[in-house]
Design a binder for this molecule. Structure first.
Ligand SMILES: NC(=O)c1ccc[n+]([C@@H]2O[C@H](COP(=O)([O-])OP(=O)(O)OC[C@H]3O[C@@H](n4cnc5c(N)ncnc54)[C@H](O)[C@@H]3O)[C@@H](O)[C@H]2O)c1
Length: 429
């Protein structure tokens, strides 16, 4: 009772009104904008000058449905401004990148830099929330270690929590609000205060726990999907060897009431699935054999797709392939860790001429072509990302420009019968 009263008093004392969000990318920018339109004073911080300028001008440097409107509202209201470094606030949210290094361990340099940059600004009663995906133990270890340099007593004077983000690109604004939130504190009071913050923007359930459970829960979610996709990819390969269509096999197996196999595809890309499972392997290498094997299967899928494409082109001299979609999935502009890059390079190494088309991606390692140039003289369309625009093309008109009419649709995205009727040999995984 006494403790409850004390906590109640602490709650009454603590009413966050100003939030500093570090990292204005796919996660941080929508979070900053939602907080601002929910009534918080928000200072967005990014080390990239162009990002800061764009945000202050109400421009969205990334493609995300509805974000521009919300951002412009937030900036116009005066509740959101961006700058190059942090300043005093009630809450600091860290949403900076956590990629993997060559040796498949987490690169936590940005988390370290962001944490160090806020140390001079934190004061008694502040809350620091790490939203970036990190290996287990990072919040209690690296982050708490840096924040203790402030001289404040962690968990008593400065509260620290890990609240992993689990939004799906393309649906970020909806999911930021509707998803359940896992809130892991370095102690119970830290979790309670973080829960109080997220309750003001989230409609989903708030699930308080410890920092390490929150870190693991996030990693396990993504590893689970990665393992599921690896299984689907393996089924596609086995089915192919047996002369069957893997997607048909999976569709029929899924008619079992307790079976839910995921979709096979050209490989796994993006910022999360190809990266996060390695953080589990890093934490317990001897115990994560399934996670590790799944990663290896999914990483080898682009080479398998390239090999299968070349098999379809057997006998054609100087084959030309038109790749449709280099984003890591449909209807997003994100080409980070995209399997398309590997497919493209593997095809080139096997002697094919390749040109790629994408209506969303603006930054890619190779020059992108327009659709006419890409399909003219091509022997095969290789669809890797299901962008909605591809469905609007008339198969007959496309076929007329091509040398041979082969469609390898790795996503089973295009209407198969229409393309067949236009004289295409349609191949799927
Ligand atoms: N993209 C997603 O859909 C998604 C989903 C869930 C979780 N996550 C995780 O969220 C974190 C952020 O991912 P993202 O996709 O938003 O990354 P991002 O690359 O889109 O954005 C990160 C931003 O942080 C900035 N930055 C780097 N160091 C900084 C520093 N010291 N101070 C201030 N800004 C700094 C970068 O310039 C960049 O603009 C990662 O850990 C990621 O794994 C991402």
């Amino acid at each position: 009772m006494a403790e409850e009263r004390e906590n109640g008093m602490r709650d009454a004392e603590w009413e966050a009104s100003k939030v500093c969000v570090l990292g204005l990318g796919y996660v941080g920018l929508p979070t900053a904008a939602i907080l601002a339109v929910s009534g918080f004073q928000v200072v967005g911080v990014d080390v990239r000058h162009d990002v800061v300028e764009a945000v202050n001008a109400g421009d969205v440097p990334i493609e995300e449905a509805g974000l521009k409107t919300v951002l412009q509202g937030a900036v116009a209201s005066g509740n959101l401004r961006a700058q190059g470094g942090p300043e005093p606030a009630d809450v600091f949210i860290i949403a900076v990148p956590t990629p993997i290094q060559q040796n498949r361990t987490a690169d936590l340099a940005s988390v370290r830099d962001a944490a160090k940059s806020i140390v001079p600004h934190v004061t008694k009663g502040n809350l620091v929330v790490l939203e970036s995906t990190v290996p287990p133990g990072t919040t209690d270890g690296l982050l708490a270690g840096i924040l203790s340099e402030s001289g404040l007593q962690l968990g008593e004077e400065l509260y620290v929590a890990h609240c992993p983000e689990r939004v799906l690109p393309g649906r970020v604004l909806t999911e930021l609000v509707q998803n359940d939130r896992v809130i892991g504190g370095i102690n119970a009071e830290s979790a309670r205060r973080a829960a109080q913050l997220y309750r003001r923007i989230a409609e989903g359930e708030i699930c308080p726990t410890t920092a390490v459970v929150a870190e693991l829960a996030k990693l396990v979610e993504n590893a689970s999907r990665d393992v599921g996709i690896a299984f689907a990819n393996e089924v596609a390969r086995i089915s192919r060897t047996c002369g069957a269509d893997g997607r048909e096999v999976i569709a029929l197996a899924n008619r079992h009431p307790r079976v839910e196999i995921l979709d096979p595809g050209p490989g796994v890309g993006g910022h999360c699935l190809p990266v996060d499972p390695w953080f589990l392997v890093e934490a317990a290498p001897e115990l994560s054999r399934l996670v590790c094997t799944a990663r290896e299967i999914n990483d080898s899928q682009p080479a398998w797709v390239a090999e299968r494409t070349m098999a379809e082109l057997d006998g054609i001299e100087q084959p030309k392939v038109s790749i449709w979609g280099v984003a890591y999935k449909g209807n997003v502009d994100d080409a980070r860790q995209t399997p398309a890059l590997r497919v493209l390079e593997e095809l080139g190494a096997r002697g094919a001429e390749v040109s790629a088309v994408d209506f969303h991606v603006k930054r890619f390692e190779y020059e992108l072509a327009d659709i006419e140039a890409s399909v003219t003289g091509a022997d095969c369309i290789l669809l890797l990302a299901g962008h909605r625009e591809f469905r609007f093309f008339e198969p007959g008109a496309i076929g007329e420009r091509m040398r041979n009419r082969i469609l390898f649709d790795t996503r089973s995205f295009l209407p198969r019968e229409r393309w067949k009727d236009a004289g295409f040999r349609v191949v799927s995984l």
